[in-house]
Design a binder for this molecule. Structure first.
Ligand code: BTN
Length: 249
């Protein structure tokens, strides 16, 4: 059966670029880009991570790409459902490969407690709705452990074999496409349930650091705003935004 995908229907592959997210944002501004277009870089020279960090990867070794979406149906206050759909798409791609992953709120993908993929979502909002989104994904594919940060891992490290980057990009696009379809159909409850089921800290306590203090918490909810709700083991409830605490896992 031929299934026509939105995500990955058009791929712009660049030999070298500073950041695929920056390139995608400029493209949206100046051109009419078809929804689902992927900007892929063989060599990303100034990859950007969450909270102003850098994202490094060796040229030609891993996947660094951005997906351009136009979810004009999505209200701005529901934008965290897009984060959920993207994390779930990558999680599902790994599950199909037999790799057990967890999602670390808001959207890191961990395997055996180490980071395999990072996601940087940048939204353009018009009025009450999203207009465009740039979903930047860095996935460590053929990286050897000695060339990565100690808390990072790759498909090579997890499976012992090398992968063809283009073939993997196609598989990820397919998984992301199916969760994006669920988002377009506004299946918010099932997206949230799937996200909670795969989230680190839901079934067992995790240690966090806040205001120089360390303690164990369990994740009890994610609010529509994207804030995480944590229970301290003494049952105190904490509602936290993105920069308000640090995971110690
Ligand atoms: C993070 O975990 O901090 C997010 C990392 C996101 C990295 C990807 S690589 C492709 C895209 N272009 C960028 O500049 N960043 C994202």
């Amino acid at each position: 059966m031929h299934v026509s995908l939105l995500i990955g229907n058009n791929i712009i592959k660049l030999d070298a670029v500073d950041s695929t997210n920056t390139y995608a944002a400029a493209l949206i501004k100046d051109h009419n880009v078809p929804e689902g277009t992927i900007i892929q870089a063989i060599h990303q020279t100034m990859g950007r991570g969450q909270m102003g960090t850098n994202w490094h990867s060796q040229p030609g070794e891993s996947l660094t790409f951005s997906v351009i979406l136009a979810p004009a149906f999505l209200r701005a206050e529901h934008q965290f459902y897009l984060n959920m759909a993207v994390s779930l798409g990558i999680h599902e791609y790994l599950r199909i490969k037999g790799i057990v992953a967890t999602i670390k709120w808001p959207n890191d993908i961990l395997v055996r407690g180490k980071k395999l993929a990072g996601i940087l979502i940048e939204n353009i909002i018009k009025g009450n709705y999203l207009q465009h989104c740039v979903i930047g994904i860095g996935l460590n594919v053929n990286s050897k452990s000695e060339l990565m940060l100690p808390m990072a891992t790759s498909l090579l490290v997890e499976t012992g074999h090398y992968f063809d980057l283009d073939a993997e990009l196609k598989l990820i696009s397919e998984s992301m496409d199916s969760y994006y379809t669920a988002l377009r159909l506004q299946k918010f409850n099932s997206l949230k349930q799937d996200y909670m089921d795969r989230l680190m800290g839901v079934n067992s306590a995790v240690r966090i650091k806040m205001d120089k203090e360390e303690f164990d918490v369990k994740v009890v909810d994610i609010e529509i705003s994207g804030r995480i709700v944590l229970n301290k083991l003494n049952n105190d409830v904490l509602k936290m935004g993105f920069k308000e605490f640090e995971w110690l896992y």
